[in-house]
Design a protein. Sequence first.
Length: 138
Amino acid sequence: MSDRPTSRIAEVVAAEVVAAEVVVDVDYRSGAFEIVIVNIGDAVAHDVKVKFSRNLVGARDVVVSELPIFQRLRTLPPGKQIRVFLDSADAVFRRRKTNTFSVVAYWNSADGTRSTASYTHDLDAYRDLPEMVVREWR
């Protein structure tokens, strides 16, 4: 009797790759924007850095794209997300005529392999979305 099926299963299991996968997205909620860094992979991402194609100026004129969180994030476990408030949609749309930008995320795996992912965002896609108005009843 051959153990071929068992060895094939072992090969398939061994071939499963455990890797980090860092995504940088924009979240729009209740009339405000947040930049979200999330590890959707199944391994820890190390030494995560995010580079922006241009400066993103947010609330109180803070240059959000230059915050230390985007340069010195040492570990990002699987499923972990970091949310950074950008500004209200009204302020973003008043500040610039064009709200397109790109980001490149860089991270290392546990063995030191460097990975990258690029994303382009257009905040103008959220312009003129209807908002739900919540009224308090007294």
